[in-house]
Design a binder for this molecule. Structure first.
Ligand code: SF4
Length: 241
């Protein structure tokens, strides 16, 4: 399966002037870095989609692969390997040979923002790419949102009301389209250093999506793209961290 071109921003995407200016500064200062919208990575037939915030300046923006080259990637890819969503060795570089199985990783905002803080207009502008990717992901069963911004972006992409699906770490939302949205704190260095997110808490987030992906796969499961406009009240619960 190949995603439509509209799911992939061009290397010189001009839509966010502030991020374009920041990108140009990085290209001048670090011409050896990737310095462009970072494409999604992983299995195009994924059952689990992981959505982060934005490329880290010295991580994904440098290497060109989501969550690759910084602390967050070490925790994320290590956890994916532990739960069978990745094969190979994660070596913090895009040519390390790591392969994702049934999983895919993307970001709400594809370009690195200053101080890692995208502005609301930039989040809204970049959502067009996530919209297309999610509508094209016909085997999707579960989404793991890393942080409140990723959560809100996914809810918007699904055409749902944010007030019915509040973000909370550990919360599991049953979606009207079928499938589930799981919320986690972002696996950033700040969150892990402060103890807001522990390794055990993060691994617990993956146990549920994995079960979901395994148990709900199969014929007869409606694709999210066909039902993405449905608006029903959320049935959500929390699972233990
Ligand atoms: S953040 Fe997204 S919409 Fe904005 S310039 Fe980058 S790729 Fe384009």
């Amino acid at each position: 399966m190949t995603f439509p071109p509209a799911a992939v921003p061009p290397r010189d995407c001009p839509l966010c002037p502030r991020l374009v200016a920041f990108r140009e500064v990085q290209r001048a200062d670090h011409p050896e870095w990737f310095n462009a919208p970072v494409p999604s990575f992983g299995d195009e037939g994924a059952e689990l989609l992981i959505v982060g915030l934005a490329p880290g300046l010295k991580g994904a923006n440098r290497t060109g692969r989501p969550f690759t080259g910084d602390h967050a990637g070490s925790l994320l890819y290590g956890t994916l390997r532990k739960f069978g969503f990745a094969d190979g060795v994660y070596d913090a570089r895009p040519d390390d040979g790591l392969v994702l199985r049934r999983a895919r990783i993307t970001n709400a905002v594809r370009c690195a923002p200053p101080q890692n803080k995208p502005q609301p207009v930039e989040i809204a502008t970049c959502r067009r790419f996530l919209d297309v990717e999610m509508a094209s992901a016909h085997r999707l069963r579960a989404i793991l949102a890393l942080g409140a911004v990723a959560h809100a972006t996914v809810i918007a992409a699904l055409g749902l009301r944010r007030g019915l699906f509040p973000f909370a770490h550990g919360r599991l939302h049953a979606l009207p389209q079928g499938g589930l949205l799981a919320d986690s704190y972002h696996c950033s260095r700040y969150n892990t250093n402060t103890g807001r997110l522990t390794v055990a808490m993060f691994e617990a987030m993956f146990a549920a999506p994995e079960k979901i992906a395994m148990t709900r796969a199969g014929p007869g499961h409606a694709s999210w793209s066909r039902r993405r406009r449905a608006r029903l009240r959320c049935q959500s619960r929390c699972f233990s961290a």
